[in-house]
Design a protein around this ligand. Structure first.
Ligand code: NDP
Ligand code: 8X3
Length: 251
């Protein structure tokens, strides 16, 4: 049986991936901070698909806790076939002179440093197996910069660079590395960005049909299900109504 480790599995893209991989018969290691929600997802999937699910309650920013919970997994759970580096967020949408520096810390620590901490540990499990697949969730914000996106865009540009760097470093070990870069996906992302302001979050998707988390999970599954000799380096996936980070057709 294959195993996938998914960070940020309580919501949105991570949760959709957990469903899809469970449906494909994978056993799952799910990581997130919200214990109740994570346990709910895990129980539902274990019951529905008769798979085994391990939940790890951890903040990817906290290197010590993260290392303890990951390294505490039993040996058979460290045979990870697919790592989905998905946990991430945006906080605020302000010009650089007005941005909140603690929001910047949160984004950099989660989207960049958290992804690195998880990758270092899990790649060291994959190397002896001489196989594995790391999926990094980037963004259109890692390909373009938009007004007031400054630090969030910088973190996703960093993910873009790290995706390329990981591929170079891990190619001798037979490990695949893929970036999946979505445009607008309606998840909890905008509610989190606007710190719980649901009305402001809704406006982001008004008058257009955004992507669904399931659309991104499907793209990830496409990359993961290619034959052993094929690696998808990078995918940029947008709603039909979104031509670039800033050009959106609203009706
Ligand atoms: P959601 O807010 O719906 O999900 C984010 C997930 O990340 C949650 O499960 C959350 O879990 C987890 N998470 C956040 N911070 C941490 C942390 N410090 N430690 C552990 N887990 C954490 O958003 P999306 O599903 O949309 O976002 C998933 C990824 O997709 C992110 O990297 C985002 O940047 C990226 N993305 C999103 C786009 C969009 O338009 N929605 C477009 C492009 C990229 P919990 O709170 O329980 O810890
Ligand atoms: C999330 C998409 O356009 O809000 O990465 O940056 S966007």
């Amino acid at each position: 049986m294959k195993t996938a480790l998914i960070t940020g599995a309580t919501s949105g893209i991570g949760k959709a991936c957990a469903h899809l991989f469970a449906q494909q018969g994978y056993q799952l290691v799910l990581v997130a901070r919200r214990e109740e929600k994570l346990n709910e997802v895990a129980k539902h999937l274990a019951d529905k698909y008769a798979i085994e699910v391990k939940t790890l309650i951890a903040d990817v920013r906290n290197k010590e806790v993260l290392t303890t919970v990951l390294e505490g997994l039993p040996a058979q759970w460290k045979q990870i076939d697919v790592l989905i580096n998905n946990a991430g967020l945006s906080q605020g949408l302000e010009p650089i002179d007005k941005g909140d520096t603690s929001d910047w810390d949160t984004m950099i620590d989660t989207n960049v440093k958290g992804l690195l901490y998880v990758t270092k540990i899990v790649s060291n499990w994959m190397i002896p197996a001489k196989k594995g697949h790391i999926i990094n969730i980037g963004s259109i914000a890692g390909k373009e910069v938009y007004p007031n996106g400054n630090v969030y865009c910088a973190t996703k540009h960093a993910v873009d660079a790290l995706n390329k760097g990981m591929r170079l470093d891990l190619v001798p070990h037979g490990i695949k590395v893929t970036a999946i870069n979505p445009g607008m996906v309606e998840t909890e992302f905008s509610v989190v960005r606007f710190k719980g302001d649901e009305d402001k979050a809704k406006k982001v998707y008004e008058g257009l049909e955004p992507l669904l988390a399931q659309d991104i999970a499907d793209a990830i599954w496409f990359a993961v299900s290619r034959p052993a000799h094929v690696n998808i380096n990078d995918m940029l996936i947008m709603p039909t109504a979104q031509a670039s980070a800033t050009v959106v057709n609203r009706n």
